[in-house]
Design a protein. Structure first.
Length: 282
């Protein structure tokens, strides 16, 4: 494919030439469209100069996705500021610092500070996945502080920006992008459920489920069905709630998510649903 063919409808041929010569860093929007045209993953082209730091961030991300926050934090604390060379390094550093402060240490003020550093100093475009994650994280931090109005503002902003990105272009086969989408929808739904907007929560859960099902991904599927069931209980959709609790319970066993299994078992018992019997019958 020539530079002219690659650039058509996306950017100028000169821009493609500069990117190839590593003389220009394209916007995320342009990079996503280029990846789509080439049929490659975004993660294949965004690789840090410091391969060791790149692998470290990938390991932290994997541990967080598997809810092993203590191990993620142990690795994170070994990163030194002098290792952070690029903007992308700094975005990842402040995002993981904010996330771990919020979820592991239950320190929303420190989380807001770190997310703010990312958003105010290292983000050049709102169409940046770390910007969206930091915006969402800020909303969840305000939720921890019981500042629900502020929480809703930030969460709505994160979801709206994600909708815009998704409408424009999604990197083909990019698992990280997909999982971040699902995480954002699931986390936003959790907030809406907490502030008593179950219909809005269900809309977001259904979006996340659609993404997971289209890509045949199991990521957060057990949690999503558990969230769906809990919101349906609030809306008195009894049969649908029962059905989705059954699915969530079975998935939590498959994924060995013991903490979620225990939570689902407790909730099902409250609503007189017998998970063990259903599991054996299946």
């Amino acid at each position: 494919m020539s530079q002219k063919e690659l650039a058509e409808g996306i950017c100028t041929q000169a821009t493609i030439s500069l990117i190839e010569k590593k003389s220009k860093i394209p916007s995320m929007k342009i990079m996503m469209k280029i990846c789509n045209r080439l049929g490659i993953r975004l993660s294949e082209v965004i690789v840090e100069n410091d391969d060791q730091l790149y692998r470290t961030f990938k390991k932290i991300d994997s541990l967080i996705r598997h809810s092993d926050l203590a191990a993620a934090n142990e690795i994170f604390t070994k990163i030194r500021p002098k290792q952070l060379r690029s903007n992308n390094d700094k975005k990842q550093y402040y995002y993981y610092e904010g996330y771990l402060q919020l979820v592991l240490n239950n320190n929303p003020d420190e989380a807001i500070f770190n997310f703010g550093m990312l958003l105010n100093q290292f983000v050049k475009s709102s169409h940046d996945m770390f910007a969206i994650l930091a915006t969402l994280g800020t909303g969840l931090a305000y939720e921890r502080k019981q500042s629900f109005d502020k929480a809703e503002i930030f969460v709505k902003q994160a979801v709206a920006t994600l909708h815009t990105m998704d409408a424009q272009a999604m990197p083909i086969g990019d698992d990280d992008y997909l999982q971040n989408e699902i995480l954002i929808y699931a986390s936003a739904a959790q907030l809406y459920a907490k502030i008593n907007f179950p219909e809005e929560a269900l809309e977001l859960i259904d979006l996340a489920l659609k993404k997971a099902q289209e890509s045949q991904s199991l990521y957060l599927l057990d949690r999503l069905y558990a969230q769906k069931a809990a919101n349906e209980v609030v809306l008195n959709n009894v049969q649908s709630a029962h059905d989705h609790y059954y699915v969530a319970y079975a998935l939590s066993l498959v994924t060995h998510n013991d903490q979620l299994t225990a939570q689902i078992t407790k909730e099902m018992a409250e609503y007189h649903i017998a998970p063990l019997q259903v599991a054996h019958e299946a």
